[in-house]
Ligand binder design. Structure first.
Ligand code: IMP
Length: 413
């Protein structure tokens, strides 16, 4: 099976979890390389709905190890709660390996995000992820490997000078040491473990968090997250070269959503937006915030392909478009009267972009749960072919509903 990357092609929430989960049925490892508890991956299967923030979603399958690379910011409290929730659903304990080089999100990171107004200005998920990455870059972070040194942990918390900010540094130290005790056997050299699996020819799925348009460099800066969300994040966040990745699967919804602040040219604030939000259940998995909704943007999707070199696309939530008389798809922008086909690097320019739409026929039929491409109405198949032709990449997965079985698999598996 080799190495497969699953990368968000939009502003996150593309239903990557469903695709990753599907691919992990045959994989030995599911690897997270970026982000942290700001991510929210939902898996719906026979045991119920699991909302995961840090546990790689393939790790819900026994036999598939969940690996957290060093590029992930690890919040031990979130991880502990999440594991509790997984066990409460009657699932077995996921097999986990956490990189010893990963940085810890500590309570003062969340406070910092609020205090400095970043959460408000950018509409972040308030999970302390940005401040944790900032500490990492400033070379003052605490890594999982440091938990073995109690004195170092105490000094770190003391230096953070957060007493009086609503939490007790002593308690934080206690919690961290307990976490270390529980996970000691699962903290190690993640890079070597992944490299070993690849050497043995085992299947490895790299599970991207967020999406290309939220990437720190390629996204709509400063309305972005603070990690490398593109395929390049694999090298950045695990130490495995992207040259070893055979398939790069870009995941896009059949429309677009965005949470938080920042430009969104195809946003629909009226009836269409409300309809997409309701039909697509577009509320944040991490924060519960209603997502902004709008039409599919092929300018952005072509850009995501240029950045990631997708070998295939997964087109999710196609069923949400059922019942619309016509479906709009942006094929270009007009900025200041000029027609542009590229994705502008400045958020200010993107905010002025007026989409140029192609109008496609809709379909009345309910397509929920369809698993055979030929059973889709011809207008839905035309929509799929239109996306393929515009982006120049084949669509190999089509999502037709929230459940794990509601998927059309075309060509490669
Ligand atoms: P942060 O990652 O919490 O710093 O938030 C920065 C931006 O990324 C905000 O606009 C968030 O709404 C967005 N964001 C972060 N994680 C996700 C995600 O998993 N899905 C969608 N948006 C996200």
């Amino acid at each position: 099976m080799g190495a497969i990357a699953v990368i968000g092609a939009q502003w996150g929430d593309e239903a990557k979890g469903k695709i990753v989960h599907h691919l992990c049925r045959r994989a030995r490892m599911c690897v997270r390389f970026n982000g942290g508890a700001n991510a929210g991956h939902t898996v719906e299967d026979a045991r119920g709905t699991a909302r995961l923030h840090l546990v790689p979603c393939g790790a819900l399958y026994p036999g598939c190890q969940g690996v957290i690379g060093h590029g992930v910011t690890v919040d031990p409290w979130v991880l502990t709660d999440e594991l509790g929730g997984i066990l409460a659903q009657g699932r077995s304990h996921p097999e986990l390996l956490l990189s010893e080089r990963a940085h810890l999100v500590l309570p003062h990171h969340r406070l910092e995000e609020e205090r400095e107004g970043v959460a408000e200005r950018l509409g972040t998920t308030r999970r302390g992820v940005g401040p944790c990455y900032a500490d990492r870059a400033a070379r003052r972070g605490l890594r999982l490997a440091d938990l073995a040194d109690e004195r170092r942990v105490r000094e770190h918390l003391r230096a953070a000078r957060v007493a009086g900010d609503g939490f007790d540094p002593e308690q934080v130290v206690e919690d961290l040491l307990r976490f270390r005790e529980r996970f000691a056997a699962h903290i190690g050299d993640a890079r070597a473990a992944i490299a070993g699996a690849l050497e043995r020819g085992e299947g490895v799925v790299f599970e991207g968090a967020q999406g290309t348009l939220l990437d720190l460099d390629f996204g709509t800066y400063p309305y972005a997250t603070s990690s490398t969300t593109t395929v390049h994040g694999i090298g950045w966040g695990t130490g495995i070269s992207t040259a070893r990745v055979e398939r790069v699967l870009g995941v896009t919804k059949a429309y677009t959503t965005r949470v938080g602040e920042g430009p969104f040219p195809t946003e629909e604030r009226g009836e269409i937006g409300d309809r997409l939000r309701t039909a697509g259940r577009e509320y944040g998995a991490t924060t519960g915030r209603p997502r902004r909704c709008g039409w599919l943007d092929l300018v952005a999707l072509r850009y995501a392909h240029a950045v990631n070199a997708f070998t295939e696309l997964a087109l999710t939530k196609l069923d949400v478009l059922s019942g619309l008389r016509e479906i709009r798809v942006a094929v270009g922008y007009r900025i200041g009267g000029q027609r542009v086909t590229g994705f502008p690097p400045r958020a200010e320019d993107l905010a002025r972009a007026e989409p140029i739409y192609e109008v496609l026929r809709g379909w009345e039929e309910d397509i929920a749960g369809i698993r055979d491409y030929e059973r889709l109405p011809s207008a839905a198949r035309h929509f799929v072919r239109f996306v393929e032709a515009q982006v120049g990449v084949s669509v190999t997965f089509i999502g037709t509903g929230p459940g794990e079985e509601a998927i059309i698999v075309r060509g490669r598996r």
